[in-house]
Design a protein around this ligand. Sequence first.
Ligand SMILES: NC(=O)c1ccc[n+]([C@@H]2O[C@H](COP(=O)([O-])OP(=O)(O)OC[C@H]3O[C@@H](n4cnc5c(N)ncnc54)[C@H](O)[C@@H]3O)[C@@H](O)[C@H]2O)c1
Length: 263
Amino acid sequence: MNAQSDAGAGSHSFDLNGQVALVTGAASGIGRAIAIAIAEHGGHIAVVDLPTADAADTLAAVQAHGRKSVFIGADVTSPTQMGEAVARTQNELGPLTLAVNAAGIANAAPAESMSVEQWQRVYDVDVTGVFVSCQAEAQAMLDNGRGAIVNVGSMSGSIANRGLLQCHYNSAKAAVKHLSASLAMEWAQRGVRVNCLSPGYTATPMNTRPEMVDQMQVFADETPMGRIAAPAEMGGPAVFLLSDAASFVTGIDLLVDGGFCAR
Ligand SMILES: NC(=O)c1ccc[n+]([C@@H]2O[C@H](COP(=O)([O-])OP(=O)(O)OC[C@H]3O[C@@H](n4cnc5c(N)ncnc54)[C@H](O)[C@@H]3O)[C@@H](O)[C@H]2O)c1
């Protein structure tokens, strides 16, 4: 019986006290909100984002909860940089047991004229970057005998958005969902759980890109709850998936979408 199933037998706590989490894309938006939620529940945080990112707000918020935090500049598409990010996390904060992969990009173009370079860049960051991150994180977690990974997908992996020209993004997010389930099956008996968290429309800098601004009210109206999400509303679902409360949950896609995908 491994460490995680031991915990599952006796504890269903949401507490992450003293655990070490690596969060990619944590300088902004959903990654930042999830990093802060993990800190609220006791976790120390490696804030991983592009070297050019400004992570000061995230670091300060984590420290305000009395937790340790460190900024590590890394590009999620680089296996070398992500391997170094995991090594530094463990050296500075302790054994890695939690990870959230929220780094991502989005843009738009009509499918019939989208360049292959534009298509490929979204796949590089949004799919390969998630795989590279999971691989680096899981190598440490499998060594440590336990771990939980949450990959941030999107409801765009389950529905094709009306009004947005983003066939590359939508199909990339479908790949994140199935990648997460596939990794979950590989590691299910080795103490590492992998789940996908798929937000609906959420108020982050990603949605200030020009093609989104006029759409946001339409998207709010189309969402059954009548509004888009605040980034902080992704925190609770992520903490659940990372915690022993979800000890028997692996390979799922948790839609957090205000009812958008309900049938
Ligand atoms: N905002 C939404 O409505 C929404 C909805 C569903 C899913 N998502 C997903 O949530 C995740 C976070 O998006 P967000 O809305 O918070 O966007 P955001 O732009 O606020 O944050 C994305 C972060 O990822 C970082 N990043 C980008 N490329 C990177 C790379 N190569 N290496 C390392 N870091 C990189 C950016 O620097 C930024 O800090 C993304 O995967 C996105 O696809 C967002």
